[in-house]
Ligand binder design. Structure first.
Ligand SMILES: Cc1cc2nc3c(=O)[nH]c(=O)nc-3n(C[C@H](O)[C@H](O)[C@H](O)COP(=O)(O)OP(=O)(O)OC[C@H]3O[C@@H](n4cnc5c(N)ncnc54)[C@H](O)[C@@H]3O)c2cc1C
Length: 360
């Protein structure tokens, strides 16, 4: 039997993969479970033409310290481009990996598996419980439901949950967490998002990023190809990004209905672009997309050995325009891993019996 410390990570998005990479490299026995059939979470990519492209628009900023340092550590170079932003008009430098963000996700997965870690897809965590032995050592048991209607239980020394704070509360009835702590997590609210990525025959404008208030069903247009080029996508990439509440009629509308609504608003803004200019499109819905209301205090460790690494815990942007950014989540993932690694080091140190010096 292995005496390595084990960690179960819920979610194979950026934060789950960063934690997995750090802990697998530090010698932990790492298991990652992901409810979807693919990795990346909000940063997932799909093959478009001959390239991998994010389903939601992503770029790097010069201020993304933790993210840029992760990229450097993983040997990924970043290309920087000038971009024009409307709304709060300005020119900004934005960064992109030569192989897209799929290259970051892939290299993290490679590091995890090279260091003995495992990633299981189509595996949804439904319940986490804990028990402790006579010495007070806590062990977690995580119950998972598989897509083929099977089930699985994973026992581990640590758990890192990277889904939304609300999903964590729903899975954590078997944990000794106070009602007050649960209430604070439940008070963190999220907006859902509905985004459409279009491959167009032509480019609608020279602007990279355009923000709207209430004039359209979406609130952002991102002209990806204006800045990062058409590469081998087979056309110009334009994203229409909208946020909504899950009680909005749009949330349960069909993809075609949503596309009709989004495209007719887009066409009013850019009459030159016609439906016949669309080569292909893909719609993505995310239930927990942007945090609306943040907690007043740090809530990332609800129990010893248990951590929540979720965007909902880190405030970015302004109250009017809240944002979730990769940099904050990478930084939190780094901190959590550092805490886990140093806690096992101090356990090892206390369990070592220091030999007495000769002659005493
Ligand atoms: C439209 C949009 C554009 C963005 N653009 C940028 C940008 O340009 N720059 C930037 O810095 N950031 C951007 N972001 C934010 C960025 O995408 C996120 O900060 C980052 O991807 C969050 O990663 P994560 O791993 O914390 O969460 P997620 O990506 O949400 O990953 C969590 C994973 O956990 C899985 N999961 C959840 N519950 C369970 C369960 N019970 N069992 C098993 N698996 C589970 C989910 O399926 C998911 O894969 C953008 C976000 C959006 C919505």
């Amino acid at each position: 039997m292995s005496d390595r410390r084990s960690v179960l990570i819920v979610g194979a998005g950026l934060s789950g993969l960063v934690c997995g990479m750090r802990l697998a490299k530090a010698g932990f026995d790492v298991d990652i479970v992901e409810e979807l059939t693919y990795p990346g979470g909000l940063l997932a990519s799909s093959r478009i033409g001959k390239e991998y492209l994010e389903l939601l628009p992503h770029h790097l900023r010069k201020t993304d310290k933790a993210l840029l340092s992760l990229a450097k550590e993983e040997g990924l170079s970043v290309d920087w481009f000038d971009s024009l932003w409307y709304g709060r008009a300005s020119r900004r430098k934005v960064g992109y990996f030569p192989g897209g963000f799929a290259s970051l996700i892939n290299i993290l997965i490679q590091d995890i598996t090279d260091n003995g870690g495992r990633i299981s897809y189509s595996t949804t965590v439904s319940e986490i419980s804990s028990s402790s032995d006579e010495n007070g050592k806590v062990t977690y048991t995580t119950s998972c439901v598989l897509n083929n209607s099977g089930s699985l239980e994973i026992v581990s020394d640590y758990v890192i949950f990277t889904g939304s704070c609300r999903s964590f509360v729903n899975c954590s009835h078997g944990l000794p967490i106070s009602i007050n702590y649960r209430d604070q997590l439940m008070n963190i609210t999220y907006k859902a998002s509905i985004s459409i990525m279009m491959v167009l025959k032509r480019c609608p404008s020279e602007v990279y990023h355009q923000r709207f208030d209430a004039s359209a069903p979406f609130n952002r247009i991102v002209n990806h190809s204006n800045v990062f080029g058409t590469r081998s996508y087979g056309g110009n990439i334009v994203y229409l990004v909208g946020t909504c509440s899950i009680s909005d009629a749009l949330w349960i509308a069909s993809d075609e209905e949503i596309m009709d609504k989004y495209f007719s608003a887009f066409h009013k803004m850019y009459p030159v672009i016609k439906k016949s200019d669309i080569k292909s499109w893909r719609l993505t819905k995310n239930r927990y997309s942007v945090t609306e209301k943040y907690p007043d205090q740090q809530l990332y460790s609800p129990a010893p050995g248990m951590f929540i690494c979720a965007s909902g815990l880190i405030k970015y942007g302004t109250d009017e325009v809240p944002e979730n950014r990769m940099d904050g989540i990478v930084s939190l993932a780094n901190d959590i891993c550092e805490k886990i690694i140093s806690s096992t080091r101090s356990e090892e140190n206390t369990s070592v019996i220091t030999p007495l010096a000769e002659g005493i």
